[in-house]
Ligand binder design. Structure first.
Ligand code: GLY
Ligand code: MN
Ligand code: MN
Length: 509
């Protein structure tokens, strides 16, 4: 724990320089325009180089037949009401293959033949530079930017997409494409923005162009998932930073319990965590967190976060930050009391903690475990742990899963919180997979269970890189305290590490 904090602190260097002089204006951060976010030349997004993006595309192409196209229509801006838009979220397969973060864009990977790099062509169809529009919305990367920075081989105005795509399709045999627009009404609105913005004459949906092309169409997402499920060293480094920053934020939240002004409401704690994720160096929170006092934790996806934090109840948090697109995902429970855990809280907490630690030990390729095997192990482990707690009747594994632990041990983690769901839970885990390990116990308010355990919900969730051997397992969130004694000492003493409150504005990835 100390080593990790030392490492984090050594990364902090808050010396603000004068604004870099640059004439390049792009629609997303680059080394040239935002060196505090992308401090390394050659990186296109935090921690990930342009070369790595290129290699991902080549790897995908090796799994495609000659004369094929992989087409991804990126996401559009979504609106909550009227002109109020949500934070833009790019299609993650598109992002994984290009690093491109602007809405209303299309990427097509063309595999012409099998003569290596020369036969793999990246086409990017993107919104063009437009002075009037940029006056309101800010800089766009434009066609030149797509070519110069994102290494597209061919670029075109997305407004000309239908003609461009038809022409490419005419010389292809196979198309890899995911029909995200099954619902025609969504399809229309998703595509209309392209056409409003382009030359204005194309009313035919791009989806229809692809689907009605008469060519053989196969799903693309499973091909990209096969790459995404194994993280590169660079991805692991970014995820480690997200995990460490998020761990520290949660430690600080635990440290608030015994402070002069403890946090009094779930919503305040939710926003405190979000602030600490960003202050620590993340871009944003990775998902709407669960912040639940006491029995609110029995609702697995409790995101109302609108209750008070009652003294002596357990505070239950499932939260994480996002950095460079990569998610952290941590759950912890701690007593909202300077007296520490009550006996029943501690009994259940330790049952879950022991299971969490034993399951992390299984994230070792050489053991040939699948996620499902680890899940089954976790059910058995929780059952055995409960047998040692007075007041629990003799339970079967079925009882445990049905009544007390109704969710799964974990999921792959990466650009998506539940990353690449097309990966089967039954396949053996291999080195480079990143998964969560998140056993929990939630005791219903039902007299079948001892009164003093009712309404207690606990989960201990860490983010783990599967290793080739036991020594190579990496717990990306090991900095987040979880031993009872460490939690209780944080509650009473707060986080006192020097520099812990500094704002991390200059990333070192
Ligand atoms: N935060 C959602 C999950 O743990 O899967
Ligand atoms: Mn979680
Ligand atoms: Mn999770």
């Amino acid at each position: 724990m100390r080593a990790i904090l030392r490492q984090l602190i050594s990364r902090r260097c808050i010396s603000l320089n004068t604004r870099p002089k640059t004439v390049i204006k792009l629609g997303q951060p680059t080394f040239e325009t935002r060196p505090h976010i992308i401090p390394k030349p050659g990186n296109l997004t935090p921690g990930i180089s342009a070369l790595e993006y290129f290699q991902r595309r080549l790897k995908l192409a090796t799994n495609l037949p000659d004369k094929s196209l992989a087409i991804i229509i990126g996401n559009t801006t979504k609106f909550s009401s009227g002109s109020v838009f949500y934070d833009f979220q790019q299609d993650n397969d598109f992002y994984y293959l290009t690093g491109w973060l602007e809405p209303d864009s299309i990427m097509i990977l063309e595999k012409r033949g099998s003569r290596g790099d020369d036969d793999v062509v990246l086409h990017m169809l993107v919104p063009p530079k437009n002075e009037q529009r940029e006056l309101w919305e800010g800089a766009k990367t434009g066609l030149d930017g797509a070519y110069e920075f994102f290494n597209a081989d061919c670029v075109e105005d997305v407004g000309k997409a239908s003609t461009y795509i038809k022409s490419l399709i005419s010389s292809a045999n196979t198309i890899f494409y995911d029909n995200k627009y099954n619902d025609r009404s969504r399809s229309k609105s998703a595509f209309s923005s392209f056409f409003n913005f382009g030359s204005g004459d194309k009313l035919e949906g791009l989806n229809d162009i692809v689907l009605n092309s008469g060519k053989h169409i196969s799903p693309l997402s499973a091909k990209v998932a096969a790459l995404r499920k194994i993280k590169s060293p660079a991805e692991i480094e970014v995820m480690h930073a997200a995990g460490q920053i998020s761990s520290r934020a949660i430690n600080k939240a635990i440290g608030q319990v015994g402070s002069e002004n403890p946090i009094a409401a779930e919503k305040t704690l939710a926003k405190y965590l979000e602030y600490q994720f960003v202050r620590g160096g993340c871009d944003k929170q990775a998902y709407i967190p669960v912040v639940a006092s006491g029995s609110n934790a029995l609702t697995i996806h409790y995101t109302r976060n609108d209750d008070l934090l009652y003294r002596d109840e357990l505070v239950f948090v499932d939260a994480g930050g996002k950095l460079g697109g990569y998610c952290a995902d941590i759950s912890r429970s701690w007593p909202n009391s300077t007296n520490g855990f009550s006996e029943p809280q501690k009994d259940l907490y330790e049952a879950v903690l022991n299971t969490n630690k034993k399951c992390i030990e299984l994230c070792n390729e050489s053991l040939n475990y699948s996620l499902h095997d680890i899940h089954e192990y976790s059910v058995t482990s929780l059952r055995k742990e409960l047998q040692n707690i007075t007041g629990f009747p003799h339970l079967s594994n079925f009882d445990v899963s049905r009544y007390l632990y109704p969710h799964y041990i974990g999921h792959h983690l990466g650009l998506d919180l539940h990353d690449v769901p097309s990966v089967s839970r039954s396949e053996n885990l291999v080195a480079g997979n990143v998964i969560t390990i998140e056993p929990g116990l939630y005791i219903p308010e039902d007299d079948r269970w001892p009164k003093h355990f009712q309404g207690i919900g606990v989960r201990v969730e860490d983010d783990v890189v599967v290793g080739k051997s036991n020594d190579e397992i990496i717990n990306l969130t090991s900095g987040c305290v979880k031993e009872v004694v460490d939690i209780e000492s944080l509650i009473n003493g707060g986080v006192t590490t020097p520099g812990i409150d500094d704002e991390l504005v200059i990333l070192d990835i």
